[in-house]
Every structure is written in structure tokens, then in C-alpha cells.
Design a protein around this ligand. Structure first.
Ligand code: EPZ
Length: 422
């Protein structure tokens, strides 16, 4: 292992107990930072998690010429008149969501050059819907040498119908529409809480947006957008990860800083499996222990079961009595981590988009590699439930979306530490 690499060393079998507060949602804050490009005035964003993806997005904004300040959990962005126009490959390759600077740049400056993100370990991550929507609004799109070039002397409001409720396409087109003349309707829009948080941020900047959280978004173009101050919603996927941690360790956790309705289906599925879940206004209590029942899960766009909770729920289902079927409908190859789980004693077979999870397993610790962010989180959960020691390698994937996960888990009674180098 090279000196720079870090891993988690976990000794399983400790029930987690106590209270944990989740951070601001990664999949909202990245887009709010990009939206700050739409105005020369300062945007202040609170409840920002200290995770790698936010660091990279800050680098992207600075590369574009914006001033970015970060103190505690507050980020200040001011994209003055001379912000740049290019998001380079060396940054975009490290964080695909950088593609959401495309819409704001075209809306404000009429041009953008953004590296094509390329695929990752969970799928091809195409951007055809982003580009088709921008072209429908009148942008001239070309792709060459691994970059997308978008130019628009004037964008016009259009009625766009998305093939699929893509989160990123909805966000890019909603922001581009703010620079168009007239009204843009986005049909079959994504409905995730993070989309609603972005719409609220844009409205607080002076935008006129209707239908956020429904399949039909209506965006008025041409408003003068000003600086704003906003607090990011809680991270529902971090909350769901801790909920599964309570279940698989037979623990008792109170998880605060999140609205339970943002993860209604994962909580419903956990109840069906036999986990005790109580919901408050912006907190939830999860109690594990006892025998769990097998349940089938199919991932779908919100309000369906979130694909970002699929690896985590697989760990719980591996402990349940009976066989569960988990169907991945959002990404084409989000089962890569299953081999690592099976090395810990799970018995999961992949058949196309379905994972057949044979439960009743006793997990045992070993060395495993994180293949992506949520897979890494699932391996940590498996290590917490396993007998003996688990070492999770390549934890830089986990640091992309979880702020010091090992510190939060240790405070709840887990035996986990971060080890650097040999
Ligand atoms: C966002 O990714 C999230 N990332 C993902 O979370 C999340 O899994 C995903 O939404 C679905 O909820 C961020 O918000 C930073 P999509 P995004 O566009 O926007 C296909 C995590 O772990 N598609 O809804 O890229 C695409 O290939 C990450 O936090 C096209 O074919 O998701 C995928 O199969 C992982 N053409 C599906 O749609 C397009 O133009 C969903 O993608 C766009 C997407």
C-alpha cells in the first residue's frame, strides 16, 4: 500500500448507540455552488459538508474566475463579471457533477467549454439529455477533443420533454432556462429533494420557477439574478446509511438534521424487513436487533427507492431470513461491489439488472476495496456487522461524500479507525 493511501480498519460486532447529525446534502450543495455563477453578487451557502467533491467544485469555480471562501460549514461564492468559461478535464474527471456548470455559464455568458465527464464505476453517465435540451433552447453544441462547446447568442424558452427524469439534466436545463427569453417547460423532470433545494435557491436569487418536486417544471427566463443566502437540506443518503448501520449492528440511533419524508421508501423497506423506525420532524430513530425478513427492492427516480441506497440495503438484506431481489433500474452497472461483499460471506448473485440476495448470512471480516462512494459505504456497514476485522481500502471514494465517516461512527460506539500508509 503506498504511503498516501488510506484505509478504514474496523472490528465488527459493536451495536451503534446514540445520536448523530447528518451534514448538508452533497447532491444539493454542488449544484448550489454552480448556480452561484448566475450572478456577479455574493452567494452564501450554509450547512456545507467537508467532503472532497465540494473541494473539487470550489476548485472548478476558482478556475472559472470566481472567488470562493470556505469557513466552517459556510461557503461564499462571488462570480464577478470576468468569470471564465472553461471547466477543464483534470477537474471534471475527478468530479463528474462539474458538468452542472454548463447551464449557468451558457445562461449568463452565452458560452461554455466543459470537459465531457466520461463514465465511472457505476455506469456510462451520459449527458445526451443535457445537450439535447440546450440545443432545443437554441445553443450551438459541438463536442471535440473530449470537450463540450456550447454557444448561444440568445436562448429561447422551449417545451422540453426528457426521455428520463435525469437529475443532472433537469438541473442544467433549469439553470440554462433562466438565461432564455420566455418560458421553458421541462416535462418528465427529476423530482428529488435536491432539485427542490436548488429551485428554492434560484427563487431566492430572483428566479421565477414553478413545479419543483413535480414532473413538470416551469421556468421564466430573463430575470436579473442577485446574491442570496441559503442553508442546504440534510443529506438523506447519509441519513439512510446511518439508519442501515443501526439495523445491521442491532443498535439504537437517533439521526438528526434530515427530513424523514426525503427517505420515505428506504424507511418503509426497512420497516418491512423488521427494523423499528420512528419519524420526527427533522429526525428519525432507528432500532435494530431481532430477526429481519427478506424484502424486494427496485431503485427508481424519486420518490422511488434511491439508487444511492442500493448498496447499503443489500447489506441489511444479506442478514435477513430468506431471499430478496434487488433491481437496479437507474444505472447500468451498479453491482460491481457485490463481489467484495461476497468475499465477506454474503451470497448475492447478479442476473442482469437483478441481484438475488440470499439472506441469513454471517459476515466475516477481511480486506475489501471500495469501488465507488456508496459501495464503499456498504463495505463499511458490512464491516460493522461482520465478525472480526475488516480493512476497507481506497477510502478516498468514501471521503467524496461522507465527512469523516469514521469519527461519526466511533462516537456511536463503532471500533473503526483511519490508517494511512504501511
Ligand atoms: C445524480 O447523478 C447524483 N449525483 C447521483 O448520486 C445519483 O445516483 C443520480 O443523480 C440519480 O439519483 C449528483 O447529484 C452529484 P442522472 P446524475 O442524470 O445527475 C442516464 C452519489 O452516489 N442519463 O439522474 O448523473 C445516466 O447514465 C451519486 O451521490 C443519460 O442516459 O444522475 C444514468 O444511468 C451517484 N443521459 C441515469 O440516466 C443523460 O443525459 C440517471 O442519471 C443523463 C443521464
Amino acid at each position: 500500500m503506498s504511503a498516501g493511501e488510506e484505509r478504514f480498519v474496523i472490528v465488527g460486532g459493536k451495536p451503534l448507540r446514540g445520536e448523530v447529525r447528518v451534514c448538508g446534502a452533497k447532491n444539493s450543495v454542488l449544484k448550489l455552488m454552480a448556480a452561484s455563477l448566475l450572478t456577479p453578487e455574493e452567494c452564501v451557502i450554509h450547512n456545507v459538508p467537508h467532503i472532497t467533491d465540494v473541494e473539487i467544485m470550489a476548485e472548478v469555480l476558482r478556475h472559472l474566475g470566481a472567488e470562493v471562501g470556505w469557513e466552517d460549514d459556510t461557503i461564499r461564492v462571488r462570480a464577478g463579471e470576468f468569470a471564465g468559461r472553461e471547466a477543464p478535464y483534470h477537474l471534471v474527471r475527478r468530479m463528474r457533477a462539474s458538468i452542472v456548470v454548463l447551464g449557468p455559464l451558457v445562461a449568463r455568458f452565452g458560452e461554455a467549454k466543459v470537459a465531457i465527464p466520461g463514465g465511472c464505476n457505476i455506469g456510462s453517465r451520459k449527458i445526451d439529455m443535457h445537450l439535447r435540451g440546450l440545443a432545443e433552447m437554441g445553443a450551438e453544441i459541438s463536442t471535440e477533443h473530449g470537450y463540450v462547446y456550447a454557444r448561444a447568442s440568445r436562448l429561447r424558452g422551449r417545451h422540453i420533454v426528457l426521455d428520463f427524469p435525469s437529475v443532472g439534466a433537469t438541473e442544467n436545463l433549469m439553470m440554462a432556462a433562466l438565461g432564455a427569453e420566455g418560458t421553458t417547460v421541462i416535462e418528465n423532470a427529476a423530482r428529488e429533494p435536491e432539485i427542490q433545494d436548488l429551485a428554492a435557491f434560484l427563487v431566492s436569487m430572483g428566479a421565477e420557477i414553478g413545479g419543483a418536486g413535480t414532473p413538470v417544471l416551469e421556468v421564466e427566463g430573463g430575470a436579473e439574478l442577485r446574491g442570496t443566502e441559503h442553508t442546504v437540506i440534510g443529506d438523506r443518503i447519509e441519513a439512510g446509511t446511518f439508519a442501515v448501520a443501526a439495523a445491521v449492528t442491532g443498535g439504537d440511533l437517533t439521526i438528526t438534521g434530515v427530513r424523514p419524508e426525503h427517505l420515505a421508501l428506504p424507511l418503509e423497506k426497512m420497516r418491512a424487513a423488521g427494523v423499528e423506525v420512528q419519524e420526527g420532524e427533522d429526525d428519525l430513530r432507528v432500532r435494530g436487533g431481532g430477526d429481519y425478513r427478506a424484502v424486494d427492492v427496485a431503485t427508481l427516480p424519486f420518490p422511488g427507492f434511491p439508487t444511492d441506497m442500493q448498496p447499503q440495503i443489500m447489506v441489511l438484506l444479506s442478514l435477513a431470513c430468506g431471499t430478496s431481489v434487488v433491481t437496479e433500474n437507474v444505472f447500468e452497472s451498479r453491482f460491481m461491489f457485490v463481489d467484495e461483499l461476497n468475499r465477506m460471506g454474503c451470497d448475492i448473485t447478479i442476473e442482469g439488472h437483478h441481484a438475488i440476495v440470499r439472506g441469513g448470512r454471517k459476515l466475516s471480516g477481511t480486506e475489501v476495496c471500495a469501488t465507488d462512494l456508496r459501495a464503499g459505504a456498504a463495505l463499511v456497514l458490512a464491516g460493522l456487522a461482520a465478525e472480526g476485522e475488516t480493512q476497507v481500502l481506497d477510502i478516498h471514494h468514501i471521503d467524496r461524500g461522507y465527512q469523516r465517516l469514521e469519527e461519526k461512527l466511533s462516537k456511536l460506539g463503532a471500533e473503526i479507525r483511519r490508517v494511512t500508509g504501511d
